[in-house]
Design a protein around this ligand. Structure first.
Ligand SMILES: [Zn+2]
Length: 275
């Protein structure tokens, strides 16, 4: 599944080409995504200039003077630049054409979304899909204090509290295991029991884990955007814990343990991350 680092890499890729350019055509080939693509969107966007390509959580925000196109890659989607004459493949549901640049939205499972927010309705941050998202992990206001405040009195495990996304966005299943290992926090600890000091360590660990994934993505940026490879080939993180059950912990060599929390697998070191 595309996680925050993949979405951010996609954003950087499309921003370098789209921002400041006129959108000649937005074409919808299949409007049945998670929600229908608004029928009037091609008309709404034709000839308009892309002002910026932003991101909030895992939503790409393509900004125009009169509104914002909200794009989500779903469970298995991608948005890539392709040559003008490349034939469309199955599951390529929408395309953007800006001069000699063409982008295809590919989403085999159609769990993604392409929506429109008219700025007459207020800032895009108030859109129902965005309004309740947690803080951005690279926001300067994101720190241990913020986490400690969000987790206060919560009985749910720290792993599940992170996945919920209302404290901080971008910590998906892989990154939750990795960040908790870095912070030496047992994933089963109730969120409300994590001290302020350990919340500081955790905030740092989350930033570090996501930066490393972004750096790894930097090297695949060209493939991801110009697309010669299969779409949906997401970054391979050099995981210390994730999907390494039974393998030695890189810190103490104890076999990595796998448990299931809220129907999702969690990996941790029972020694380094003792409760
Ligand atoms: Zn260990």
């Amino acid at each position: 599944m595309p996680e925050l680092p993949e979405v951010e890499t996609t954003r950087r890729g499309i921003a370098t080409v789209m921002a400041g350019r006129r959108l000649d055509q937005f074409i919808v080939h299949e409007n049945r995504l998670r929600w229908p693509v608004p029928a009037e969107l091609p008309h709404t966007l034709q000839g308009r200039v892309v002002q910026a390509c932003e991101r909030r959580g895992k939503y790409l925000l393509i900004r125009f003077a009169h509104g914002v196109q909200i794009v989500h890659l779903g469970m298995s989607g991608s948005l890539r630049r392709v040559p003008m004459n490349e034939p469309r493949r199955k599951h390529d549901h929408a395309e953007w054409v800006l001069g000699d640049a063409r982008f295809l939205y590919h989403d085999p499972r159609r769990f993604g979304a392409i929506l429109w927010h008219d700025l007459n309705l207020g800032p895009v941050e108030q859109h129902p899909l965005l309004a309740r998202l947690g803080m951005e992990p690279f926001d300067t206001a994101f720190d241990g204090k913020h986490l400690h405040r969000c987790f206060k009195d919560r009985a749910v495990s720290i792993k599940q509290a992170l996945l919920a996304g209302d404290a901080v966005v971008g910590v998906g299943n892989i990154y939750a295991s990795e960040a908790l290992f870095k912070a030496r926090i047992n994933p089963q600890t109730p969120a409300g029991k994590i001290s302020a000091a350990r919340c500081n360590t955790l905030a740092t660990a989350i930033r570090k884990t996501l930066s490393q994934a972004l750096e790894a993505g930097g090297s695949t940026l060209r493939d991801y955007v110009n697309s010669t490879g299969e779409p949906g080939a997401y970054f391979t993180l050099h995981a210390a814990m994730y999907e390494r059950a039974g393998k030695p912990c890189p810190r103490c060599e104890t076999p990595v343990k796998r448990i299931v929390q809220g129907q999702r697998a969690t990996y941790f070191c029972p020694v380094c991350q003792r409760r």
